[in-house]
Design a protein around this ligand. Structure first.
Ligand code: FES
Length: 215
């Protein structure tokens, strides 16, 4: 007994039309393993093109990332290099600085003198002003002391009656020749180098001294 073959049904139970068969065939081709013997050449060429485009994109992104990292590294290095080479660029910061005519400092007196820091920038304003104590020994001989205490740098004051320099911060005391008398300072007052030029007293100024200084 011959049985009439039943028409095949699609997954949704409907009988496939010619158009639906075509759809199903194409669907099966696309989902099969790539490069299999049953894959048409056009599909393999499409896969290769897609892989090539993805590789190009990865290469571009890698190159762009490396370039950005390089630029970032250069920008970060600018302040470090500037800091390292700044002292060499500035040179010696100490400069001969005018304090005024020597007759402003009579023999036997100790007076405060003010001056503008030789390294001042135009925007420093009043902070560029500095001071020192000038002890006049007569005959154009002087001792010129930094105003800063040798302990932590507070400005010291001269007391004529006791003939002592005293520091208001922690009670450091210095004799009139600048040597340490008492208190926490580990040494005497720092001194400026000085010279007399054309009747004017000049000192070397520009940097605050550190404890490694001998004078
Ligand atoms: S800063 Fe002068 S005694 Fe401390």
């Amino acid at each position: 007994m011959n049985e009439t073959p039943k028409p095949q049904r699609c997954c949704d139970g409907r009988e496939p039309s010619a158009g639906r068969h075509a759809d199903l065939r194409i669907h099966g081709e696309a989902s099969g393993p790539s490069g299999s013997a049953g894959t048409p050449k056009s599909a393999r060429a499409g896969d290769d093109t897609a892989r090539g485009a993805a590789g190009d994109r990865r290469g571009f992104l890698f190159g762009a990332g490396a370039a950005l990292m390089g630029i970032g590294g250069l920008l970060a290095a600018i302040p470090i290099v500037g800091t390292l080479f700044a002292p060499a660029r500035r040179g010696n910061p100490m400069r001969w600085t005018d304090l005024g005519p020597v007759d402003q400092f009579p023999a036997g007196t100790t007076r405060l003198a003010t001056f503008t820091s030789p390294n001042a920038a135009p925007t420093d304003g009043e902070t560029a002003r500095d001071a020192c104590w000038v002890r006049s020994l007569g005959d154009d001989r002087f001792q010129v002391f930094y105003v800063n205490c040798a302990h932590l740098g507070c400005p010291v004051r001269w007391f004529e009656q006791s003939r002592l320099f005293m520091c208001p911060c922690h009670g450091g005391v210095y004799y009139e020749d600048g040597s340490r008398a008492s208190g926490p300072p580990p040494r005497g007052l720092f001194t400026h180098q000085w010279r007399v030029t054309n009747g004017r007293l000049e000192i070397l100024a520009g940097l605050l001294p550190g404890l490694e200084e001998k004078t």
